[in-house]
Design a protein around this ligand. Structure first.
Ligand SMILES: Nc1ncnc2c1ncn2[C@@H]1O[C@H](COP(=O)(O)OP(=O)(O)OP(=O)(O)O)[C@@H](O)[C@H]1O
Ligand SMILES: [Mg+2]
Length: 487
């Protein structure tokens, strides 16, 4: 019954009442038609029998004396006396026609249409003609010894009488339907008004107007439903408040977490810078003087063994100095602060190629763009981690580093031709508390940027990071907010 669902409740009630009324009127019409038709048929037959009997009683002498005129007058007067009499025939005992009331010729076959039964009893036969049904009443004259009288009673008048009655019934039904429609409209309005009010309030609440309540105007089923609905709305508000409070708490915690991570990164960068400077300025200076002293001592050595010992020690110290310088650069490359992001990236990439034998193509913008130093540091650290991961996790032989500076953002893409990262790898790394990719993502998101890592179409891995060049309320992640040249 899907199509019924399309209608409003008042239309459904309205339709049901009208259909019930029409059904009732049809049944009543049928019963009235049937009983009136039966009554009319019985009555016609009885009347026909009376007329035929009267004619049979009066006509025997006329027939015996061959007084055709008197016979004709008798049946003509009898027909004129009753408008339902269509015809009267008098037939002799040889089935010959004695007299009839037809204006012209007698219709063909009418004599044979109704013949007396073997016992010459009165009987009725219903004939079908082009004027409708005719009840042909046959009555014997003098028990059939003289002949028979046949009276044809037509239904025409009676049918038109019945049709008039049925017509009145139809008009009455239409009037009752109109009245019922009016009553149905009023009743359905009374029933559906509170339901419609409830629907409006429900729609308002779902649109965010949580303070809306439906008016309870009765104690019936709809009234109880309205009351239950209002209580549900009250509960909704209180649970909504709880959710809001929880959300506020969560947002607050999220903000605190971001601040903490920013401070951590900033402290880490400061510490790296400090250690790098210490290694460069203090320790490497001390080592350099030690190496110089050793060389002088080796030059002044008394014997070859002593010279050899001092030269070896000096070479070891020189190796330590080189490693320390590399470490200092790795901790915080001075070139990043002095010359900008692109030279620092180039230097890191060339060291990487040299150290691991992986070929890296780098495409960077030609013109010089200045970016905030914490963005430069973040991108540099992301590059470091991205390249380290290539060495650690994939048998790549080639990598591409592509940088693009737009009006609003700076983006870096690191792509390798290794076996590609899978979703399970990321899941596993999360379970094992790996922080490389997580750190890259955090750095990008803290600066209002985006981060993606996925298997590329050619099968390798692609890291995409994009950071807005300017963002309000952004603290430095490297401990300062200086401008830094990209190139
Ligand atoms: N370029 C890459 N190609 C294929 N898989 C990679 C690549 N980079 C990362 N992965 C996968 O992603 C995982 C997570 O990397 P992530 O850098 O977070 O952790 P890690 O390198 O294993 O440890 P660390 O915390 O020291 O960085 C790696 O274990 C590796 O399986
Ligand atoms: Mg890693």
């Amino acid at each position: 019954m899907r199509w019924v669902d399309k209608f409003h409740i008042n239309q459904k009630i309205f339709g049901a009442i009208i259909i019930a009324l029409l059904f009732l009127a049809s049944i009543l019409g049928y019963i009235i038609w049937e009983s009136l038709t039966n009554m009319m048929t019985d009555e016609l037959k009885k009347r026909g029998l009376t007329i035929a009997n009267t004619i049979a009683a009066s006509s025997s002498d006329y027939i015996l004396t061959d007084d055709y005129y008197a016979t004709y007058m008798l049946i003509t007067q009898a027909q004129q006396a009753d408008e339902d009499v269509r015809y009267i025939l008098i037939i002799n005992n040889n089935h010959g026609l004695v007299s009839h009331t037809f204006a012209g010729d007698i219709p063909k076959g009418i004599i044979r249409a109704h013949v007396p039964d073997a016992f010459n009893r009165s009987n009725v036969e219903t004939l079908t003609s082009n004027e409708g049904r005719i009840h042909d009443v046959l009555v014997p004259i003098e028990e059939g010894d003289i002949g028979f009288v046949r009276v044809g009673m037509t239904e025409k008048q009676a049918k038109s009488y019945i049709m008039k009655k049925i017509g009145k019934l139809i008009v009455a039904t239409i009037l009752v339907c109109i009245g019922a429609a009016g009553i149905a409209y009023l009743v359905t309005r009374i029933i559906t008004k509170p339901i419609n009010r409830l629907v409006r309030v429900a729609l308002g609440i779902s649109a965010g107007k949580l303070s809306l309540r439906a008016k309870v105007s009765s104690n019936d089923d709809v009234g109880k439903l309205t009351q239950a609905f209002n209580e549900m709305a009250d509960n909704l508000i209180s649970s909504n408040k709880e959710v809001e409070a929880l959300l506020d708490e969560l947002r607050d915690k999220d903000r605190q977490r971001d601040t903490l991570i920013l401070k951590l990164i900033s402290a880490q960068e400061d510490e790296r810078k400090r250690i790098s400077r210490e290694l460069h300025d203090e320790t490497s200076q001390a080592l350099t003087s030690l190496i110089v002293t050793m060389r002088v001592m080796a030059d002044e050595a008394k014997d070859a063994e002593q010279h050899e010992l001092l030269t070896t020690s000096r070479d070891i110290a020189a190796g330590i100095l080189r490693e320390m310088r590399d470490l200092a650069v790795e901790l915080r490359p001075p070139i990043l602060d002095d010359m900008g992001l692109i030279p620092a990236m180039r230097k890191h990439v060339s060291k990487f190629e040299e150290k691991y034998g992986i070929n890296v193509s780098m495409t960077v913008p030609n013109e010089c763009v200045s970016i905030e130093s914490h963005i430069a540091v973040a991108l540099y650290r992301i590059l470091q981690e991205g390249l380290t991961n290539i060495v650690k996790h994939t048998a790549a032989t080639h990598a591409d580093v592509h940088m693009e500076v737009g009006l609003q953002t700076i983006s870096v893409i690191i792509h390798d031709n290794g076996h590609g990262i899978e979703q399970e790898d990321l899941e596993k790394a999360r379970q094992q508390n790996r922080i490389g990719i997580q750190g890259m993502r955090e750095r990008a998101l803290l600066l209002g940027g985006t981060f993606q890592i996925e298997k590329s179409e050619d099968g390798g891995t692609e890291v995409k990071v994009s950071i807005p060049l300017k963002s309000p309320n952004r603290g430095g992640a490297d401990g300062n907010d200086n401008e830094n040249n990209v190139g």
